[in-house]
Design a protein around this ligand. Structure first.
Ligand code: ATP
Ligand code: MG
Length: 383
């Protein structure tokens, strides 16, 4: 069976295109691991040949591949007018069996030696389909299905295009360190950055025994699902129990969450440097909760200099949930295990923290040593 994959934005990348295509091919190979597959590349198209028993795995791989706008199972026919028309009629029969009533034909002639031009192909194949499959009618503006013809080194005919993830191949934009809680937002944030080509390491802070082992497993599961799109994820688990205890004992209660966030950012920056990540990614969304007001976000990042990406900052919860459902993290995210942020969280948190005050309070905690130790004792998993 032959699949045709359409490259998206990649085609815009001029000089970098070779590099982008190389990474895309490597990612595709990794996702197809275990299947017998032959991958070939020509001008803006990838072709993947797999035996029928591996088709399901191949389709699963295409659904997880950033960098393609779409894909289709295609017929491969000889480059003669008769063969192309026969293939279109066969495709029309498939549409008929799916009870589809309207269609149009789209043609693209990359090989100019083919005797019909694009318009000629559309006209002849369209006429042949109407004659042979009377149940189908042409509708140019709003067809239920499109039969596509591409004349390249062979002729390709397909009608079952599926949308791809788009974006850029993971690994073309360096690596970022995602702060991964067990919630809905952070896995989505990681997914969106991966869609811009970023490889993902994740860090999770826990407060065992105040937080449960199930909470940790839940995060590992989320990292694993995310890793399905990002060619794997390295998950760093950091124990923050002592740090949280110190904050609880020494800081004004309304400030505890903001100070904890500052400590997390500090630890994340240090971890990022150690694992070669160039930026930090969080699932923060403006004003979603008290710790995410513009003032408190400023406090959160006041201790570090590394770039912080917050891809959800302007999104509402509903849009975030929709993506979480699509990528398969939602059901795991809503499992009811407590995150460490909920521990000792104040009933009346500070809403508009002042950065100077935050820095003074943080200094008083005297927790740099504790943070350093927690990082050194971190545990890493490959998922
Ligand atoms: P999420 O759904 O991602 O948990 P949230 O809406 O619950 O987000 P917060 O709990 O305020 O928001 O967390 C904001 C961000 O801080 C998270 O998106 C995540 O990036 C980071 N974060 C929070 N808790 C942790 C944690 N225990 N370990 C790692 N990162 C965390
Ligand atoms: Mg959370």
């Amino acid at each position: 069976m032959t699949y045709l994959l359409k490259l998206g934005e990649l085609t815009l990348k001029g000089g970098n295109r070779g590099e982008f295509e190389k990474v895309l091919k490597r990612n595709l190979r990794a996702l197809l691991k275990g299947a017998t597959a032959k991958i070939s590349v020509t001008n803006g198209r990838y072709f993947v040949d797999v035996p029928e028993e591996h088709a399901e795995q191949a389709e699963r791989a295409f659904f997880r591949l950033f960098g393609i706008t779409g894909w289709a199972l295609t017929q491969v026919s000889d480059k003669t007018v008769d063969a192309v028309i026969d293939a279109c009629i066969e495709e029309a029969h498939i549409l008929e069996r799916k009870n589809i009533k309207t269609f149009k034909i789209e043609a693209r002639r990359a090989d100019k030696s083919f005797p019909l031009d694009s318009y000629g192909i559309m006209a002849s194949a369209g006429r042949a389909v109407l004659e042979n499959v009377p149940a189908l009618k042409v509708n140019i503006k709003m067809p239920e299905a499109v039969i596509s013809v591409e004349i390249r080194e062979k002729a390709y005919v397909y009608s079952n295009s599926v949308k791809g993830l788009r974006g850029l191949p993971v690994g073309t934009a360096g690596r970022g360190l995602l702060l991964l809680s067990g919630g809905i937002d952070s896995p989505v944030a990681g997914f969106l950055m991966a869609g811009r080509g970023m490889g993902i390491d994740a860090v999770h802070f826990h407060a065992y025994p105040f937080t449960s082992d199930e909470a940790r497993q839940k995060v590992a599961k989320l990292a694993e699902i995310l890793g399905g799109y990002t060619m794997g994820v390295r998950l760093h688990i950091i124990r923050f129990t002592d740090i949280q205890t110190r904050i609880k004992e020494c800081a004004p209660f309304p400030w505890t969450t903001v100070l904890l966030r500052m400590a997390m950012m500090k630890a994340a920056e240090n971890t990022a440097r150690r694992c070669g990540a160039k930026c930090i990614i969080t699932g923060e969304s403006l004003s979603q909760v008290a710790s995410q007001t513009v003032e408190n976000i400023a406090c959160t990042q006041s201790l570090i200099s590394m770039t912080v990406f917050r891809p959800l900052i302007g999104m509402d919860k509903e849009s975030i949930v929709r993506i979480a459902e699509k990528i398969g993290t939602y059901k795991t995210s809503i499992l009811p295990y407590e995150d460490c942020c909920m521990l000792f969280s104040p009933e009346h948190p500070i809403l508009r923290g002042d950065v100077k005050e935050a820095l003074t309070l943080f200094e008083k905690l005297d927790i740099d040593g504790l943070i350093k130790r927690s990082i050194e004792e971190r545990v890493m998993y490959r998922l």
